[in-house]
Write a protein that binds this ligand. Structure first.
Ligand SMILES: C[S@@+](CC[C@H](N)C(=O)[O-])C[C@H]1O[C@@H](n2cnc3c(N)ncnc32)[C@H](O)[C@@H]1O
Length: 438
């Protein structure tokens, strides 16, 4: 059975973002972005107070406060995704993206023996668009999944985004849970009858057989930055500019800081970014997958331990100086996939990273595009589909900058050559998926 034909073109989704919008993988900060809005934001006041009280803070602490401070954090109170927001992501560009990921999960489920139940867990689900597209594929392949007990588990810190996710998935406003002690802060049922729960932390998601998804999640986790100096590695800190009292600046720590232990002994770069929180999440995922089975699919822009200074900000589809008007712009750093693989500590097999264009092509995006194009004569929809395809696949756009990494139990690859190039392994996995008969 060909999944793409079965998932068919029964539904062509409404027009998504009008391109071009800005996707965050592309740009690097020059450090000289115009400080076009130097307003003293509540977050800036909070940070200045904090620095005055305890001294300069690490970039990781700065990033964490600016993005996810419960009261003033960038992610907490507004919707930043899409034309009206600050940046665009793949699921917001084309329905094909989520549909093909949905097929990847189903084929992993089949290949691993069609467990009677699974949890689909998404980290940082944005507007819920990716899950909506995945669930549509699940519905269309209902005959395959009809005896499988599926539940959704969303790990989200943003109240605003969790409200949007609830509307997308359940078409209802879902109230906050009354029991403040419960790790589940919202609970609902999707349009297709699947139970969905929201958590603030992956640790709280039940440790059951699960498929995990993290798309543009790891890049928002806080990074520590280090500069090599004649005196050894020194951590980059954020301090108040002595010349301008309501302005922040970068300084180097005068001596070694604890986070320096994260730097590899054989590091050859002169500037590095490390994300210990990403390591904690990967260790948790690896532990869970090795104990209960399932798989994780991680997609993000990143590198394999080669890039140096990738910390940057986005606002209104433009690069934004990271220290200006904090709390009003997104902050991000490229994901170091070599670090993620290292942090899995051999508990699971890590496949990839491979480039987005390779992953999507192996999953059958060309066939899917043709099916969707054949379904509509509407010129604007056809143009939208073609533009979306180009944005996702073009090497000059998202095709090469975004990468996919899969974590699977070692047994899942039993009988295969574990040492084979991870690139080939993930390719074989995906090619197999399109030809598997249920
Ligand atoms: C860049 S957006 C990506 C959204 C979505 N995955 C997409 O591709 O459209 C990052 C998402 O991660 C969430 N997030 C950020 N930090 C988080 C954290 N520490 N724990 C859980 N979610 C977080 C944000 O609220 C948002 O939903």
């Amino acid at each position: 059975m060909n999944f793409l034909a079965a998932a068919g073109a029964r539904r062509l989704c409404a027009v998504r973002a009008v391109l071009p919008c800005l996707w965050r993988g592309k740009y690097f900060s020059s450090g000289n972005e115009p400080a076009e809005n130097n307003s003293v934001t509540p977050m800036l006041r909070h940070l200045i107070y904090k620095i005055k009280s305890t001294g300069p803070i690490t970039v990781a602490e700065y990033m964490k406060e600016v993005l996810t401070n419960p009261a003033k954090g960038y992610y907490m109170k507004h919707d930043m995704l899409g034309e009206e927001g600050d940046f665009i992501t793949s699921p917001e560009i084309s329905q094909m993206f989520g549909e093909l990921l949905g097929i990847w999960f189903i084929s992993e489920w089949i290949a691993a023996g069609k467990n009677a139940a699974f949890q689909l867990v998404e980290l940082g689900p944005g507007k819920g668009t990716l899950l909506e597209d995945i669930l549509r594929v699940f519905s269309q392949l209902g005959s395959l999944l009809k005896n499988c007990d599926i539940s959704l588990h969303l790990v989200e810190v943003s109240q605003k985004l969790s409200e949007i996710q609830a509307l997308t998935l359940t078409e209802e406003k879902v109230p906050l849970e009354r029991n403040a002690e419960s790790p589940v802060y919202m609970k609902g049922v999707t349009k297709s009858g699947i139970p969905v729960s929201w958590y603030r932390d992956l640790q709280d998601v039940p440790k059951e057989y699960s498929f995990y998804l993290a798309h543009e999640f790891f890049d928002v986790l806080p990074v520590h930055k280090f500069q090599k100096t004649p005196h050894g590695w020194r951590e980059v800190l954020v301090d108040i500019d002595p010349q301008v009292s309501d302005k922040l600046r970068f300084v180097l720590a005068p001596c070694a800081t604890p986070a320096e232990t994260f730097i590899q002994d054989d590091e050859t770069r002169d500037h590095v970014e490390v994300c210990p929180e990403a390591g904690v999440v990967i260790q948790e995922l690896s532990q869970r997958i090795s104990l209960t089975g399932g798989a994780a699919l991680i997609a993000d822009y990143g590198h394999d331990g080669t890039k140096t200074d990738t910390f940057r900000g986005f606002r209104g589809h433009r690069l934004h100086d990271v220290l200006t008007a904090p709390g009003t712009a997104d902050l991000t750093a490229d994901v170091d996939f070599s670090y993620l693989r290292r942090m899995s500590q051999g508990k699971v097999a890590s496949l990839g990273p491979i480039e987005q264009q390779t992953f999507l092509r192996n999953m059958g995006i060309d066939v899917r595009l043709k099916i969707l194009l054949d379904k509509t004569d509407e010129p604007s929809l056809r143009q939208q589909l073609l533009q979306g395809y180009n944005m996702l696949m073009n090497p000059m756009k998202m095709g090469e900058r975004f990468n996919f990494l899969a974590l699977v139990p070692h047994q899942r690859l039993h009988g295969r050559n574990h040492q084979t190039n991870a690139h080939d392994s993930i390719q074989r996995t995906t090619v197999m998926q399109q030809n598997t008969s249920p």
